[in-house]
Write a protein that binds this ligand. Structure first.
Ligand SMILES: [Zn+2]
Length: 304
């Protein structure tokens, strides 16, 4: 009895520590670094999802906006690249670390662009069944006014085109990936990360969609493509291929156990991805080994 009590207290303490880490980012200490991708296209790294910036002759297209408290720093980093106005902010998906800056960029004149399912989730608010976290509805200025549902969409500023495409039920149900053909840059949001990805199965994500998305990207990329992941360092097609192969391995192993009727707890105890964890598991959070395993398992429960 005593042992159980101690374990419960330790578990609660760990949860509190994890929450503090997630919330406790000191934005004043975050620096924005700029990576030149060539052809007036840049990747900005700060806190939250990576940003892509494409400069045309009369304005700028931006992909993702990180956190609102970083707005001034992101603006300053972009001003060093170009004095032109930011005309469009494309949101790859609804997660806060990718869209929190939208409202401020919109206030400064940018049109917010995204898939219609992202619009619905931002407007309605969401619940993450993995941890019970609730996200309230986003402020009106953060919600896209330029949306698409099926097919592709193009966003243009002088001399530059961003090609937007939707992948079905991958990281969420409202994912957009962006191709800048003249710079050979792919901007993939969290459908591609350098660690295990988070798969938001409570909001339409799933491992099968993640694999299909990676297959589409491999077709779109060549050996010179610069790939901006949702999180982590700039990547190549070879990195994407490794990521895709890891996803397929994870899917096949967990699907087999799921089809055999193993419960989530049994699968966690069997630890079928143990050999992948040293390379792919981040230290904590939704891309840790156990969390990824749970996300893969639950994507079958959700979609089959
Ligand atoms: Zn995300």
């Amino acid at each position: 009895m005593k042992l159980i009590k101690i374990a419960a207290v330790a578990g609660a303490a760990m949860l509190v520590a994890a929450a503090a880490n997630a919330q406790g980012v000191d934005f004043s200490k975050v620096e924005i670094t700029t990576v030149d991708l060539g052809n007036k296209t840049y990747m900005l790294v700060g806190q939250g999802g990576n940003i892509t910036v494409a400069v045309g002759t009369d304005g700028i297209i931006m992909v993702d906006s990180q956190y609102a408290p970083l707005y001034d720093k992101i603006k300053a980093a972009i001003a060093k690249i170009s004095p032109l106005p930011i005309k469009y902010v494309i949101s790859t998906h609804y997660h806060r670390d990718h869209v929190d800056g939208n409202e401020l960029f919109n206030k400064a004149g940018a049109t917010i662009v995204g898939h219609d399912n992202l619009r619905i989730r931002l407007a309605a608010g969401t619940t993450n069944l993995f941890n019970g976290n609730k996200t309230p509805p986003a402020p009106a200025g953060a919600i896209p006014t330029m949306t698409y549902q099926v097919g592709d969409m193009k966003v243009e500023v002088g001399g530059r085109v961003a090609e937007l495409r939707h992948v079905i039920n991958a990281h969420t149900d409202g994912d957009t990936w962006v191709f800048f053909p003249d710079a050979n840059v792919l901007s993939l949001g969290d459908t591609f990360n350098r660690n295990y990805p988070n798969i938001d199965w409570s909001n339409g994500g799933g491992i099968d969609g993640m694999v299909l998305a990676a297959d589409r990207y491999l077709k779109a990329a060549n050996d010179n493509t610069k790939i901006v992941p949702g999180h982590g360092a700039l990547a190549t097609k070879a990195n994407l291929q490794e990521f895709r192969d890891m996803l397929v391995t994870a899917r096949d192993r967990v699907k087999k156990l799921y089809d055999e009727g193993k419960t989530e707890q049994q699968v966690l105890e069997m630890d079928p991805l143990a050999d992948l964890n040293p390379k792919w598991a981040a230290q904590q959070g939704l891309s840790s080994g156990p969390s990824f395993l749970r996300n893969v398992y639950n994507s079958f429960r959700n979609h089959n």
